[in-house]
Design a protein around this ligand. Structure first.
Ligand code: IPD
Ligand code: CA
Ligand code: CA
Length: 265
């Protein structure tokens, strides 16, 4: 697994250098996916860099990458190793020149994520975990915040690009904001989760796609955080890759937050 983790980190750093260089030296080129979702030329370039390199080195492995016409049903196919990639998590931040942007790369076998790397090139931070071996930020071991009370907890969440299903999310937000210290909307799910892993946040919840959370979730678990769902994971779906109604937090507040979110769902 170390070889895989080193390779994932090398790719995340190369893609990170590419997107940073593009943003700092070239005009921003943007487009829209499905009419609403912003995508930049750098997303596509980074996607190609990472997926070409994986295909060359591991031709038998499957790839689920946000910008390579992803087929999410791949996450339920447990037969061969799967790479799960978000070439830029935080594209809106990237377009606005904000620095909370990450390259996220996870590697799974049998539906279990074994390696996760989340690299934030603008701030020079690399989060990394190998299952069973702890989590690091720039090579130093990290731990969750140790929060014990929702009232003293800082949480993050996010909202989808489409505006048609916002009502239930606003209901959850209302409950959370009443019971917790405050909210941060960081704009990158991968970083939200890594920030729970290193104690900059106490909790994170959202419904996202596998590439948004697969690497971060392993990093958070390896940093001692709790991770699960506040609604049921359908039978036969690997929980490691199921992004609906995710909750990741310091263990001391997990059960209470889960009940709050359940009550609002
Ligand atoms: C988005 C970010 C955001 C989350 C959205 C994601 P993208 O990913 O992670 O924080 O709220 O649901 O789609 O589009 O920047 O890769
Ligand atoms: Ca994303
Ligand atoms: Ca993305």
């Amino acid at each position: 697994m170390h070889e895989i983790a080193d390779f994932a980190e090398q790719l995340a750093r190369e893609a990170g250098d590419l997107i940073k260089h593009e943003r700092e030296h070239n005009p921003l080129r943007t487009d829209y996916k499905d009419q609403t979702e912003l995508v930049t030329h750098a997303d596509l370039m980074a996607d190609k860099l990472i997926t070409d390199a994986i295909r060359e080195r591991y031709p038998d492995h499957r790839i689920l990458s946000e910008e390579s016409r992803p087929d999410k049903s791949q996450a339920a196919d447990l037969d061969s190793p799967l790479w799960i990639i978000d070439p830029i998590d935080g594209t809106v931040n990237y377009a606005y020149g904000q620095h909370q942007v990450a390259v996220s790369i996870a590697y799974a076998e049998g539906g279990h994520v074994q390696v996760g790397v989340v690299h934030a090139p603008f701030v020079g931070e690399t989060f990394r975990a190998v299952r069973g071996e702890g989590a690091t930020l720039n090579g130093r071991s990290i731990q969750h915040s140790g929060a014990t009370k929702p009232r003293d907890s800082l949480f993050a969440t996010g909202f989808p690009y489409t505006k048609d299903k916002l009502a239930p999310l606003i209901k959850r937000l209302e409950v959370m904001i009443h019971h917790c210290r405050d909210l941060r909307r960081v704009g990158s799910a991968a970083l939200d989760i890594c920030w729970v892993a290193c104690g900059r946040l106490d909790a994170y919840y959202e419904s996202v796609s596998p590439w948004d959370f697969a690497a971060g979730r392993l990093i958070a678990l390896e940093a001692g955080a709790s991770a699960g769902h506040f609604t049921e994971v359908p039978g036969g779906k690997p929980a490691d890759l199921w992004g609906q109604d995710l909750l990741i937090s310091a263990p001391g507040i997990y059960d209470e937050l889960r009940s709050l979110l359940k009550s609002a769902s």
